[in-house]
Design a protein around this ligand. Sequence first.
Ligand code: FBP
Ligand code: MN
Length: 633
Amino acid sequence: MSETNTKYLELLSLKYPTVQEACTEIINLQAILNLPKGTEHFVSDIHGEADAFCHILNNASGVIREKVDMLFEKTLSSKERTELCTLIYYPERKLENIKKNADDLAEWYRITLYRMIDICRLCASKYTRSKVRKALPKDFEYIIDELLHTSHGDKDKQGYYEHIISTIIEIGRSDAFITALAGVIKRLVVDRLHVVGDVFDRGPHADVILDKLMAHHAVDIQWGNHDILWMGAAAGSAACIACVLNISTKYSNIDFVETAYGINLRPLALFAQETYTDDTDLLDHMHKAIAIIQFKLEGQTIMRHPEYDMDDRLILDKIDFDKMTVLIDGKTYGLNDHDFPTIDPKHPYNLTQEEAEVVSQLIYSFMQSEKLQRHVKFLFSQGSIYLTFNGNLLFHGCIPMTKEGEFYPFDFGGVCRKGKELMDYADALARQGYYAKEGTQARQTGRDFLWYLWCGKRSPLFGRSKIATFERMFIDDKDSWTEVKDPYYHWVEQQDTCEKILHEFELDGKYSHIVNGHVPVRSKDGELPVRGGGKLIVIDGGFCRAYHKQTGIAGYTMFYNSYGIRLVSHEPFPGLSDAVLNNKDILSTYVVFDTAQERITVGETDVGRALQNDIDDLTALLDAYRDGTVKEK
Ligand SMILES: O=P(O)(O)OC[C@H]1O[C@](O)(COP(=O)(O)O)[C@@H](O)[C@@H]1O
Ligand SMILES: [Mn+2]
């Protein structure tokens, strides 16, 4: 045995100091491998819609209702089952409501507690006792563990079981206990949550969503273009900050920026008020002020980086200020606004002194926001540009492709990268933009790249030829607004392209899929979320209210459990009070998609493969104990 190996086994023997302990662990791990695979839940494009997102987390895209139906379909009316579900989703608020109306509260508590324990037991059945125990809240750990493993049908223990329940009611702990059980059910029903990008923008409360994600037991995030924009802003990129504020002012969301993240927008407001004097309101003035600053800063960024190949997005120098027209993509368009007091036609990309002051105050504010920095650090630590997980490849936008359907080779200073290599490089450069030392070239390069990832011509997160923000604001002719999708979106309609992409990421399994967000599925026009011969699934969650008219439904989420993959379509969320008081759920329709012939076990998953490695190491330790290379402690 090599020296390193013996050293490693010596270290391992500290954790498993005897033959007996190593054996016990091997048996435990082996048992886990044979259990059914845990449920993965996929959501994307949440866009600040915190209430709708929390609802989807609470109802686990319909899985909780499914469990309740499974147990009580024959014994409870649909209305009673719906009420029980609402109690699990929103225990505190629902309890308040129930207590106001209940005739015999003690009886209600007793019946409800029995039912909830049954649901809990069903959800726990596919995990080891030790895993379930770890998921229990400290206050009730012992009692819930006892109740889960004692059946109330079991004659010998019937008295014991009933006694625990009645004591909980008598000592006034029912509310806390119901709340704890609801939490355990939600915790057990989903083993891992994947967020396939775009937590931020448009809706009012990305901060609440991030707080919720940070408290989640197992979550990963594939960065969306809107997430990377905020990450760039937090890294101090002036261009990203301007884009963030352009969107926030457009969506009248500045309260969120100021209150949730404590960013001081007063300097921008004062500057906007003094500079733009037409008869629209302050918010419009702020929107215009920050947009002009944005176009200048973007121009500077593009000029710093010829490798971005984005000269066609240098717009301000194409404005004819006498005729008030602009030349874009070879065509001249009239401008719908003639008031550009801060643009010097000779140096259109230079900020005025006042603009520069506003920008430096904003940079300071973004970089000092403790909460924003905390959220962005979380996005860096739990997130990445793409993720391979249990055979699937997850990313928000696309893998850039050429018109011919090859991976697009991106030239970074003479070195071409494409496919997986490009994605890995982009991931590293994004991190550099946030983590490299302030003031260094590396930091500047990475920070500019964060802006590129937001809207660059061939950005894998954006996937469109241009972002037409200028055109939408200042040109009425909608021809100029067209954003051409990356050839990826055309090619992935074909199964062999999807297989080629999966192969690039070393995923060749029968159950491998690409999972994307980013593109709303227009189901009212007959669009389907499954493409590429079933190899690609687009699960834009459609939370974004502004887009409901286009999609016709709220959108899709997905889960992947031991029976296979299921897509779930949702209606728009009716609002929290309707959900609590009237038990309104987002009707979830299952689109059964890929069903496994046999139940998938933990052993067949990535976690299983890691556990198998542990088993191999422990077996080596056992051998070493037996042949005396390592001694029992
Ligand atoms: O509808 P809005 O909020 O004006 O945003 C439109 C812009 O948002 C984008 O669609 C990007 O956002 P998504 O990632 O949500 O698609 C741009 O391509 C487009 O210019
Ligand atoms: Mn997106």
